[in-house]
Design a protein around this ligand. Structure first.
Ligand SMILES: Nc1nc2c(ncn2[C@@H]2O[C@H](COP(=O)(O)OP(=O)(O)O)[C@@H](O)[C@H]2O)c(=O)[nH]1
Ligand SMILES: [Mg+2]
Length: 304
């Protein structure tokens, strides 16, 4: 872009400004070196500094002269392009470094995490599922995006088994997560409501989740079956269950401070809207591949 502009607005003039700015920068680099010498020999350094000052002034007058020859419009255009490109490059670099692309799939065993993992990766389920005892993790471009022409950013998906012995594993992944997907079995929901709510409560009160405000999606899976509960029902039931948990947990917390944060507003019935992080609900069917709401959540927090 800089080169195009340069060419459009007579190459050598703008080029000479950049050269002048570049040379002026060298002076600062040298000044930094001079600072080192300063510690050993102050007097000598002062002399050198004076020399550099002279050269700087000379360069400045040179640059001023050159700048005066260039029409103001060209000057502004060149300056604007320079500032704009620098800012753009800087912000791109910062964004790249800061953004995580990890999505953590969690929830009780049998909720359908592993099936969802394969649907996201392959768009199909490998011949049946195995009861995994190790977290399944991989970085890939979502299957539904593999046919797109434009380049998309790969997502690092971790499927952490819900087995209670493996729950400490979750602590390794949560701090790095861009988003958490809490998978709930909508078919067999009621018998598991309490344990699912306890698990969710533990996640929502973790310091790493609260401080970083990691968004969480409650994904009601297995909606291909007509007897599956609705996401509204599941949300309400879990809110009620967490409300009960809140009372019992705060009663024992004096002896066993396990949860780093408390949830909700004291004296008010618990609602997910009171959470520090954003909690939303969605439907899915890992079995039939209806995972568009899940993919939407992923792409909201892991930009393509
Ligand atoms: N009907 C139905 N069954 C599902 C669905 N997703 C998973 N299952 C079944 O639920 C069981 C547990 O799935 P799995 O992915 O292993 O659960 P995980 O323990 O959370 O990883 C398997 O028998 C799957 O076939 C779904 O969307 N619909
Ligand atoms: Mg699994």
């Amino acid at each position: 872009m800089l080169i195009t502009y340069d060419y459009a607005y007579s190459f050598f003039r703008v080029g000479s400004i950049i050269l002048a700015i570049h040379d002026a920068r060298d002076v600062f680099m040298e000044a930094a070196k001079v600072f080192n010498i300063l510690e050993e020999n102050v007097v000598q350094a002062m002399e050198e500094l004076d020399q550099w000052k002279e050269q700087l002034l000379h360069l400045w007058s040179l640059a001023e002269e050159k700048l005066r020859q260039v029409p103001p419009v060209q000057l502004y255009a060149a300056a604007a392009v320079l500032v704009f490109t620098t800012l753009l490059l800087l912000s791109l670099r910062l964004l790249k470094r800061a953004k995580s692309n990890t999505i953590v799939l969690t929830g009780l065993s049998g909720a359908g995490k592993t099936v969802l993992f394969y649907q996201l990766r392959d768009g199909s389920i490998h011949g049946g599922t195995v009861t995994s005892m190790e977290p399944n993790e991989e970085t890939f471009v979502l299957h539904s995006e593999t046919t797109e022409k434009r380049k998309t950013k790969p997502v690092h998906v971790v499927d952490v088994p819900g087995h209670s012995r493996l729950r400490p594993k979750l602590d390794e992944y949560l701090p790095r997560a861009a988003g958490i997907v809490f998978v709930v079995d909508a078919l067999d929901f009621l018998p598991n409501c309490r344990s699912a709510s306890e698990y969710l409560y533990d996640i929502l009160t973790k310091g790493s989740v609260v401080k970083k405000k990691i968004p969480l999606l409650i994904l009601c899976n297995k909606t291909d079956k007509v007897t599956a509960h609705t996401k509204e029902f599941i949300r309400r039931q879990m809110e009620k269950e967490i409300d009960k948990l809140r009372a019992s947990r705060s009663a024992i917390s004096a002896a066993d401070i396990k949860n780093e944060f408390t949830l909700g507003v004291p004296g008010e019935p618990f609602s997910f809207t009171q959470c520090y992080n954003k909690v939303t609900t969605a439907d899915a069917s890992g079995l039939t591949g209806e995972i568009s709401q899940l993919e939407q959540f992923i792409r909201e927090y892991v930009k393509p």
